[in-house]
Every structure is written in C-alpha cells, then in structure tokens.
Design a protein around this ligand. Structure first.
Ligand code: SAM
Length: 405
C-alpha cells in the first residue's frame, strides 16, 4: 500500500475533469495537479483511496512544450486552490478544456461532439465577483486545493481591477470569516459584503450594480447571480439567440433566469404577440428580474423552484426554452418534465460539462437530439468552462432549427 506523502515518478497521461491529469502507478490511478499531459514528473501523494490517489507535482523532470511560468506566486503546488492551469499557455488551456468536454460527452451522453472551446480575448483580470476567506490572523486569501486552510494573498491576477480597487487583500479583518466583492465592469461600481465570524454580515459600497449588455441595463443586487467574466453575458446571449432563433409569437421560458438576462432578449425577439415566462428561486434575483423586465409587457417573472414548477405542471406548453441551472444541472427528472412540454428547441447553458452530458442522455431518451454545442473559456486559468447546447425535438422537419454539432 502506497502511503500518503510518498513521492512517485509518473508519466503523465491525458487531462481529467477537475483541473488535473491522469497517471498510473501500477494498478493505481493517480490524479496529478500542476502537471500537463506528456510530462514526466515527480509528485507527492496528497490523498490515497483504495482505487485512486491524488498527487501534486514536486518536480517537472520532462516539461511539456506548453508549460509556462505561472503569473501568480500562489498558483503553485501547495498554494492557492483557485487556478488550475496557470502553468499552461492560454490556448493550450482551451485545448485541455475541449478534450474534457469531448470526453464527458462521449462517456456520459454517447455523443461525438466537435465543439472547440472559444476564447474571449481576456485571460487575466476578468473575475468580477471574488469571495475571499480569511486566515486565523484575519488576512484575506483563498483555500488550498481540497482544504479549509486559507492561503493569504496580496493580489489576485484573475480578479478584475474594480475588485482589486476594493482593497480587500493585505488588510487584516479578524472579525470576518469571509469577504465577497461583487463588481460591475461596465459601470465601475463595487459592493463588499463581510461575513462575520459570529454570524451576520455587513455591506458597504454600491447597494446595487448596473451591468450593460447589448445596450440594455440590468440592475443586479450584490448577492444575485451575474456572469463573472466581463464578456460572458453578451457572448452567451448571442450564442443562445443565434442557435435558438426565436420567432415573433413564440412562447418561451427562461428557467433559472437570475436577474432576467436571457428573458430580456427573448422578449425582444418574440415581440408583442409572443410570451416569456422567467422562473427563478432566489427572492433577491426575482426582484431584480421584475425590475429589469418591467418595460417588456410579454414577460411574466415567477418566483419558484424550477424542478417543482416543471413537475407539478405549473408551466404550459411552450415553443422554446432556455435553461441555465446551477452546477448540479437540470437533472434527468426535470429534463423529462421539460421535454413533456414539447418545446421545439431548448438552449441549455451549462457550467459543468459532466452534468450537461448526463442531462443530454436524458434529453435523448425523451426524444431530443443535440443540434449544436459551443463552449466558451469564460473562466480562464481555472478548469471551469461554459457550454451552450441546443437540443431539438427529433422528427421535426423544420431545418431552421437543425444544426451540425
Ligand atoms: C447559473 S445562474 C443563471 C442566471 C441567469 N440565467 C444569468 O445568466 O444571469 C442559476 C440561477 O438559478 C437560480 N436557482 C438555483 N437553483 C434553483 C432552483 N431550484 N429553482 C429556481 N432557481 C434556482 C440561482 O439563484 C441562479 O440565479
């Protein structure tokens, strides 16, 4: 039995989901962090289970041609757990994410998807919402990988300049357990929420943030969900509308609508004879969505749990659906409830390719096929990636909604 802390020499194999690569030591599968495919490394075991282990690189014996020096001094083995791929060239990071998506699609959905992850042109200083934790001395930082221990930092190169302007790093805040900064790259506003050790919180800065997307402004409360990369909202809206092609008079739903991003543009596209139902579970987000969509008479904003609304038949038949669930995905039971409404097409916006692939298998069982799949690198330096999948109802002859994957 190999012991925790042991050092192994490993030939690193392919990338795995979650920001690591796979290597083998005899029968043991080892997930190696801070390595790249094709490298030979020595790595220290940080977790040992019966069927697999985790390890962090100690020394790179034979480096990959795609290896670069991390820009951040904390993005190293044993350091901050936030960035997974700073040691890889940015374009190569996208190749790694492409490989992960294709593998998840093949393994969990049985689909050969040719999607290649698209960059945004902004690989650093992009993150407009950052949650810091504090170390026992009250200094702000981030958790080590799979640990509750906090690594204090004096700056974060993926944080947007407006987040850095809040000046959280470098100050001692012994009374705080965590500090969240939410910023708007379009207005330059930021809000700081301090979560106290004994419970309770304190808010300073802007009461609400204003984000502008395609000339339309959205009011967003500091804790309401909003895409964190400055390009993300516009990219995703464009991708969804281009593939879904809403028509005048369509009845559409925006499930998990947040502050109303997709509902706003769907409403414009379906026109006065159409209808859009926007469903969201967070009360603050519902208030923001109602405010943001108040000029669009065709939109109805509903405060509800999406799964419960779908399963108890609270949503009438529809032509189109946009779903943008949290990381856990829509889930197969909700997929079949949505499919029972017989939309001609569904745009599924997903931040976890594994949950998406699992749900695509459920869509296939319900008679929907994958029409197109795009993916966007809106979380550069990390292993995260956003996908937009278009599902179309099988048997439909309407070529407008058919696409090549
Ligand atoms: C990934 S965000 C998408 C928000 C929005 N589409 C956007 O792009 O800004 C997911 C949203 O789903 C909401 N949510 C999570 N679970 C939910 C549930 N079971 N029912 C309804 N809304 C939920 C969250 O509050 C969050 O606003």
């Amino acid at each position: 039995m190999i012991e925790l802390g042991a050092t192994l020499t490993l030939d690193v194999g392919p990338v795995a989901h979650g920001g690591c690569c796979v290597a083998r030591h005899g029968d043991l599968v080892v997930f190696v962090r801070h390595a790249l495919p094709g490298e030979r490394v020595t790595a220290r075991l940080t977790e040992v289970r019966s069927r697999y282990a985790r390890a962090e690189v100690v020394e790179v014996v034979e480096p990959s041609a795609h290896r670069v020096q991390p820009r951040c001094p904390y993005a190293v083995p044993g350091g901050c757990g936030g960035c997974d791929w700073q040691h890889a060239e940015a374009d190569y990071q996208r190749e790694l994410k492409t490989a992960v998506i294709r593998e998840q699609m093949r393994r969990l959905a049985g689909v050969d998807a040719a999607a290649s992850v698209e960059g945004t042109g902004l690989d650093w200083a992009w993150r407009t919402r950052v949650r810091f934790s504090t170390d026992p001395g009250g200094r702000a930082g981030f958790h080590r990988f799979r640990s509750s221990e906090v690594v204090a930092v004096d700056r974060c190169p993926i944080a947007h300049p407006v987040v850095e302007a809040a000046g959280v790093e470098g100050r001692r805040r012994p009374e705080d357990e965590a500090i969240e900064v939410a910023a708007s790259s379009s207005s330059g506003e930021f809000a700081v929420t301090e979560f106290r050790r004994g419970g309770g919180s304190r808010r300073t800065g802007a009461r609400r943030l204003t984000h502008t997307v395609r000339g339309r402004t959205f009011r967003v409360s500091p804790r309401t969900f909003w895409q964190v990369h400055p390009s993300a909202a516009e990219l995703l809206v464009d991708a969804v509308l281009a593939a879904l092609r809403p028509q005048h008079g369509d009845r559409a739903v925006d499930l998990y609508c947040g502050a109303g991003l997709f509902a706003a543009f769907l409403a414009q596209a379906v026109g006065p004879s159409g209808r859009v139902l926007a469903v969201e579970g967070d009360p603050a987000a519902v208030r923001d969505a109602a405010h943001n969509l108040r000029d669009l008479g065709v939109v109805d904003v509903r405060h509800a749990d999406v799964g419960a609304a779908l399963r108890r038949g609270a949503i009438e038949s529809i032509d189109l659906a946009v779903v943008d669930p949290p990381r856990s995905g829509l889930t197969p039971v909700n997929v079949s409830a949505l499919a029972a409404l017989r939309p001609r097409a569904v745009a599924y916006v997903a931040c976890d390719p594994a949950a998406l692939a699992r749900d695509l298998a459920a869509f296939a069982d319900a008679g929907y096929r994958l029409g197109s799949l795009r993916a966007f690198d809106i979380f550069p330096q990390t292993h995260h990636v956003e996908c937009v999948a278009i599902l179309t109802r099988e048997g439909r002859r309407d070529a407008r909604h058919a696409a090549v994957v």
